[in-house]
Design a protein around this ligand. Structure first.
Ligand code: PEP
Ligand code: MG
Length: 851
């Protein structure tokens, strides 16, 4: 190797040596990786790196001294490859065989054979014509001849189109290649493309100029090129994967059918049989890269007359499943610490393991986009009502429940459906919250489609009409509605996933609970190792058919004694609900929220429903209709709901408290002792808490007296009105915990309806009014300040106060960081988000630990 002193220490144009001033931030990832390979003494052909600055200057017309640049290569053929900071940002395609001209052709014909020399030259002429001279790619279509004749034809065509002979001077060729690659990077299309992948507007491009290791020729030894990696990109399990093609260059092996297997394989010939030494070297080099670069790498290689050269190393492409296994194996092999393995997995990527996904290789026919409200994918027949969804379910057929928006009456339909699609709503709308709770793929706010639920049709923006029974696919991870049934990949929580999660739990320092309303939710929560239930919304329990009528009777009761009679019927049902939840959670804390929604949500909304109710309650239809109307409110979310029910219709909370205490005694008899938590929703004033607390204490005393069994419980307040946060100092002394309900708190802080915001949210985010949907990402500035105030004032008044968040934000990594920094004890989120939250929380602690 010739030493070019000029290029040794020039930060802009440098020979890649172990000590050269090369960095990812200035020369790009490829240049840096090549330096690492050089440091490992691996066989890398001579390479010169051009920095972002140098390339930027080239684009502006300021060319470097090409003769000096050529010096270290001693007349060999060259290739130029892009080296951006992040490989995902792309870059112009590599140009191979620079330096080919009539003279080298003659030399190489002697060395490699005429056929190989002609192939190299032809290839260079073609790629130069298209990428550098910007000639029409079709111009070579006519060439049918091969070898020297094909080459002569190509050179003639070039001269004709370019109106000049093909350049013969390697310096001129190299300069032209560098200029064209530099300019391609600075073009508008390329910039927009990489910005879409997250690159900053001023992202730089580095270039590497490398001696071509020739994969062609008639030498004694084997020649060819290929790629190799030691694991499967799909599973992350050990598996020698890649392709090799004799007499080839670049990534030819990946394109042609003729490629060989690497390892001996019953399906066909392999590199291991063809060139056992080269194969053994490759395995050794790739293993060394894994250990020393501390990452699973794919190597691009060329075998030149029997000798292996490494041209490039990139991180192995990987699915989420593979990413987890790769990180865990690196840690288990002592290559990286466990904390680092944790840091290498994007918590949100775990969703891919927790839910079925559309196969990334499947063809996607996207009908429309909406909000990605609950991850996972499913296909099924379109149905427009919950009743129809249940009918499909009963027949064992998958269906997609399509509604303008869902209401509590749709819960059973949602349970029966494989996925849900709504026209309206945002991240905290009913469909979204329930969808996430059930682990059901869900797209909401798909308002670019036309929903005609009466006519039972769904019309895509391109005019395609779908009728009931026709099959579509919901991709809740991407927020897309797809036509037909693209292939799905199953959820996989393998042993590597379990290992990673156990490491996460070892370092994590904030607890994670689940929002779970039903036994099924609670089981999911427990399977995902939730440390309790942080929010059990009890209203869902009253929508079961047998209870709804009794509930309605209770709502219609005029006199307290009639109300109590109806509640007496509900009591054993609630007791059984809670007993089951406590048993499933095996002594872990369960926080039960007292009834929250406005009562009219439990009443039927159409005439047929009114008639049914009139029959059930033995009342005249007009009576029922009048009463339903009377219960209607202009603004129900700010009306008679939450603790306001507890103050004005206290018998409901009395019944629930009794059910909780009796269930506590029941479940503690034969299982782990239970200490229930009771949470009062929608509090805005201290006095509300005092009133409810007095009654609950009285119920506890009564149950104690009646049963003779001692038990304890914790009473707390859900902070979901701005006033409760501001007045936390006077509320906290009355309770054991405060849990921030950030769904309502966001709604009330912004004055923004959580059910209607979906309609204009994308416009708001696009125009930068809000940086993100605040129902999706906690608004750390405004809502966050209220959380901070509530936490500080609450803790000042009551130092033992347990603090938590139970709104939908509880599962997102940003909110967990916020809550942890604010000294919260736990976050609570939908069961399927529990693993995501556990990992996100672990990363925060690990980051602190690593420093
Ligand atoms: C909240 O408001 O944040 C909350 C958790 O309760 P819900 O979503 O049931 O209103
Ligand atoms: Mg709420």
């Amino acid at each position: 190797m010739k030493d070019a002193a000029v290029q040794q220490n020039d930060p802009d144009i440098t020979l890649i040596t172990p000590s050269a001033p090369v960095a990812t931030a200035t020369h790009g990832g490829r240049a840096k990786c090549l330096q690492r390979l050089v440091r490992l003494d691996l066989p890398v052909p001579v390479t010169v790196a051009l920095s972002f600055n140098a390339v930027h200057r080239i684009a502006a017309g300021e060319m470097p001294d090409t003769q000096a640049l050529l010096e270290p290569f001693g007349g060999s053929l060259l290739c130029v490859r892009p080296s951006s900071e992040d490989p995902d940002w792309g870059g112009p395609g590599a140009v191979l065989n620079i330096g080919m001209n009539d003279a080298t052709y003659v030399d190489l014909a002697d060395l490699l054979g005429q056929e190989a020399a002609a192939t190299l030259y032809l290839r260079f002429v073609q790629s130069y014509a298209v990428h550098v001279a910007r000639l029409d790619p079709d111009m070579f279509d006519e060439i049918t001849l091969t070898g020297q004749e094909g080459l002569s034809e190509a050179l003639r065509l070039y001269e004709e189109e370019a109106e000049e002979a093909f350049p013969q001077d390697p310096g001129v060729q190299l300069a032209a290649v560098l200029r064209s690659m530099a300019r391609a990077w600075e073009g508008t299309t390329a910039r927009l493309l990489r910005q879409a992948k997250g690159a900053p507007a001023d992202a730089g491009l580095g270039l590497v100029v490398q001696r071509m290791a020739l994969g062609l020729g008639k030498g004694e030894g084997e020649s060819g090129s290929g790629v190799i990696q030691l694991v499967s990109s799909q599973t992350g399990l050990e598996q020698i994967t890649g392709r090799y093609l004799s007499q080839s260059q670049g990534r030819d092996a990946l394109e042609g059918e003729a490629a060989l297997f690497l390892e001996r394989d019953p399906r066909g010939p392999s590199l291991q049989e063809l060139a056992p030494d080269a194969f053994a070297n490759l395995i050794e080099y790739t293993k060394l890269m894994r250990v020393r670069l501390r990452a699973e790498m794919q190597a691009e290689f060329t075998i030149e007359n029997g000798k292996v050269w490494l041209l490039d190393g990139v991180r192995v492409q990987r699915s989420a499943q593979a990413a987890v296994r790769i990180a865990v194996r690196l840690a288990e092999d002592g290559i990286i610490p466990r904390e680092e393995a944790l840091m290498r997995i994007d918590p949100r990527a775990l969703n891919e393991l927790l839910h079925r996904q559309v196969d990334p290789d499947a063809k996607r026919d996207v009908l429309a986009r909406g909000i990605a409200a609950s991850p996972g994918a499913a296909h099924g027949a379109i149905v427009f009502s919950s009743a129809e969804a249940q009918a499909y379910d009963a027949r064992g057929e998958a269906c997609i429940l399509v509604r303008r928006e869902t209401s509590p009456e749709d819960i059973r339909g949602m349970n029966a459906a494989a996925a849900v699609l709504t026209e309206r709503g945002g991240m905290t709308s009913h469909a979204a919250v329930i969808g996430r709770g059930l682990g059901l793929p869900c797209v909401v706010g798909a308002s670019e489609m036309r929903f005609q639920t009466r006519k039972k049709t769904l019309t895509a923006p391109d005019g395609r009409v779908f009728r009931e029974g026709e099959v579509i696919t919901i991709d809740g991870t991407k927020g897309e509605v797809l036509a037909g049934e693209p292939a799905l990949l199953a959820a996989t929580q393998d042993d590597a996933f379990q290992t990673l999660m156990s490491w996460a739990d070892e370092v994590r320092d904030i607890k994670v609970r689940a929002n779970a309303d039903t036994p099924a939710d609670a089981k999911t929560a427990r399977n995902f190792a939730a440390e309790g239930i942080g929010l059990c919304r009890t209203e869902h329990m009253f929508f079961e058919a047998d209870r709804l009528t009794v509930m309605r009777e209770m709502i219609f009761a005029d006199r307290p004694e009639d109300r109590r009679a109806a509640l007496d019927q509900l009591l054993p049902m609630q007791r059984a609900d809670f007993t089951e939840l406590f048993r499933i959670m095996q002594g872990k804390p369960v926080c039960i929220r007292l009834l929250d929604p406005p009562l009219h949500e439990f009443l039927p909304h159409d005439r047929a429903g009114h008639r049914e109710l009139a029959e059930a309650l033995d009342l005249p239809l007009s009576d029922v209709t009048r009463r339903v109307e009377a219960l209607g409110e202009y603004n129900p979310m700010l009306g008679m709901r939450g603790v306001r029910l507890g103050v004005t219709v206290p018998e409901i909370y009395d019944m629930q408290a009794r059910a909780i205490f009796e269930a506590t005694i029941e479940a503690s008899k034969d299982g782990d002792p239970v200490v229930p938590e009771i949470m009062i929703p929608l509090v805005s004033a201290k006095r509300e808490v005092e009133i409810v607390k007095t009654r609950i204490d009285a119920v506890a005393a009564a149950v104690h007296t009646e049963t003779g069994v001692a038990f304890s419980f914790r009473l707390g307040v859900m902070v979901e009105t701005p006033r409760a946060a501001l007045r936390a100092g006077e509320i906290a002394p009355h309770c054991a915990f405060l849990s921030f309900g950030t769904n309502d708190l966001t709604q009330m802080t912004y004055g923004l309806s959580r059910d209607d915001a979906g309609r204009f949210m994308s416009a708001y985010v696009q125009q930068g009014v809000y940086p993100e949907d605040p129902f999706h990402t906690l608004d750390a500035d405004g809502v966050g300040e209220l959380l901070q105030i509530g936490a500080t004032r609450g803790r000042a008044a009551q130092p033992d106060l347990v603090l938590s968040i139970c709104g939908e934000h509880g599962g997102s990594p940003e909110s967990i960081a916020f809550c942890r920094a604010a000294g919260f004890d736990y976050v609570s989120c939908s069961p399927f988000r529990v693993p995501v939250a556990r990992l996100a929380a672990a990363q925060l602690a690990a980051r602190d630990k690593i420093g």
